[in-house]
Design a protein around this ligand. Structure first.
Ligand code: PAF
Length: 287
């Protein structure tokens, strides 16, 4: 496995791989690798001949007062995990490689980024789409792999790729959960044992929603009310949003009669957690 720090070197190495006719997979990450990332790497290995993992804590997607400074950084550990997982290249640029100057060009996907996480994290998705567009241009992979846990992120990136005619397929892999249901996230490590227990209410709320839908409930206000009640079981949980939206355009819906995204974001103490399920009445539960 090669650890590459510069854009020129990444282009040279991956350009040769592409020239040799091999299929390149990209797994973009911010490091702090966990089982969710490992599932993306595994899917990448099944679909492609050459796996590139990018590790870059992207400053432009963090807002003021967010956890940019304390975001876990351990390149040695992450590289070793990648090596053991069969990754071919880890591309881990320093911030001045990716942003030598204050950018004057931003990629902004309108219409999909104002609601849900975009409402409380102003500028977040602009940072995500800008860095992803840059990474897509540098790596020039055939397929990029993202996790369903970041549901809005994948919908936004998918739309950016379509709108900008980027020759890249986006594959979305299922959310990986702990045995008790907590969605695996880099930010779980910030949680105290009590907060970790409270965080399980996100999963419980989504399960309650799924249970009510299976029981015939189609009213989004009713489903949202029930989820809020579950989250309300802990005074330490402060909901940011509990929403049911159309899974394509992310607009709020009143009734479940199409493919819906049920999405929850909360603060548990100082930690922001998100989780979601996709409800497709024609498909079995994903929870
Ligand atoms: O999901 C993440 O880890 C980040 O948002 C991404 C896609 C690597 C962009 O920085």
């Amino acid at each position: 496995m090669q650890l590459i720090k510069t854009i020129d070197e990444a282009r040279r190495v991956i350009g040769q791989v592409r020239y040799d006719g091999r299929k390149v997979a990209l797994v973009p990450t911010m490091g702090a690798l966990h089982a969710g990332h490992m599932s993306l790497i595994q899917a990448a290995g099944q679909a492609c001949d050459f796996i590139v993992v990018t590790i870059f804590v992207n400053p432009t997607q963090f807002g003021a007062g967010e956890d940019l400074g304390k975001y876990p950084r351990d390149l040695e550990r992450a590289s070793e995990m990648c090596r053991l997982a069969g990754v071919d290249v880890v591309f881990a640029p320093d911030p001045d490689q990716m942003y030598p100057d204050e950018p004057m060009t931003w990629v902004n996907v309108e219409g999909l980024t104002e609601g849900l996480c975009g409402e409380s994290r102003q500028g977040h998705f602009r940072g995500v789409t800008t860095v992803c567009a840059k990474l897509f241009n540098i790596i020039r992979a055939d397929i990029a792999f993202f996790g369903q846990k970041d549901a809005q992120q994948v919908i936004v990136i998918d739309r950016m790729v379509a709108d900008l005619n980027i020759p890249l397929k986006i594959v979305v892999c299922p959310t990986v959960r702990q045995p008790d249901g907590l969605a695996i996230s880099s930010r779980n490590q910030y949680l105290s044992p009590e907060e970790r227990k409270d965080a399980l209410l996100l999963y419980a709320a989504l399960q309650e929603c799924r249970r009510m839908i299976d029981g015939g409930c189609r009213s989004c206000p009713e489903l949202i009310g029930a989820m809020q009640k579950v989250l309300g079981q802990s005074p330490r949980i402060v909901p940011d949003y509990v929403s049911i939206v159309d899974a394509e355009n992310l607009k709020n819906i009143e009734t479940i009669d199409q493919t819906a995204l049920v999405a929850v974001a909360v603060m548990v103490g100082a930690t922001r957690l998100i989780d979601n399920i996709i409800v497709d009445l024609n498909k079995p539960d994903d929870i």
